[in-house]
Design a protein. Sequence first.
Length: 372
Amino acid sequence: MKITSIETRRLRLPLAPPFHAAWDPDPRVHFDATLVHVHTDDGVTGTASGDTMDGFAAFEHLFIGTDPLALSVHARTLETISFHAGRYWPLEAALWDLAGRAIGAPVATLLGGAVDRLPVYASLGELRSPDRRADDARALAQDGFRAVKVRLAADRIAEGLSVVAAIRDAVGDAMEIMVDLNQWWRMAGDIARSLDPQAARRVIEALAEHGVLWVEEPVAGADLDGMRMLRHQTGTRIAGGEMARSFDELRRALDHDALDVLQPDVVLSLGVSGARTIGDLALRRNRWFTPHTWTNGIGLLANLHVCCGIGGGPFLEYPYDPPGWTPARRDFMLAAPVMVDADGCLAVGEGAGLGFELDGEAVAHYTVGAAG
Ligand SMILES: [Mg+2]
């Protein structure tokens, strides 16, 4: 089998009302998703989505005519490209989808098939009042969610602590609570400094009173000493690495004992095979591996398959914050949105590859061109 062409499609879903992502200073009035399709001479196509794929056309020739199943070769090639240009990991996820579809097995099975489902945490995206979040948490618990993650804005710490207190009050011990400070990386143009370790320590100690499962990205990603110190001083799990630029960045964090929870997103950071390998290393060191998943339904599934394949967890991130962020918005390109079962779990399912079906009409309707 040979790769005959690689096609990208940029989709744009208008968001009215807008989505106010806590980590983005600008309200989001549209949601972009880029599909990558890998076509072969056998007629099998693999598809994935995640990072933008902007600028990929210049590197397409490195893949055309090659065997799509040479997955290690493709992952290494993509690493060399990421040194010079973008992180085209959605292509690698599309190749894994293709491999699964060619063989007739879910990607999670190809990766080891450790478990076939994982409990999820509702990953909230907006900043809302304590009262509103208490209501949200009660609704989530009723819908079967066993855990919830809230964002805490570094310039509104007191309000964030009140939100966590209100959620704990509302649901008691029925749900785990995680908190994300989003300090490892910044949106382009956002040059605000990260919290320093002493400021982060005070926040984490206050959060610990509410029994949080982990605190995510409390300081900048380069501050490995700060993260390690926070782990030791507070006894609270520190999570991070969703956008790590390279495998070695996360390997250094692991070697430095800076993290309890490793979270590389397979379609934004490290790819499927890189995330699988660092995840295995983390598990062998008795740390947690549970990837970030905030792209779209296809990116969510790619991360689900890797996490289930190697037996990560204990929860998988499920981007969900209605009415601002819903499965219908998140998965607008899919024939059916990725839904959690009544038990609060997400299952890999029987479908081959990444196990999704595109909504052809939605894809046609929302396509605005190819990747830039
Ligand atoms: Mg995060």
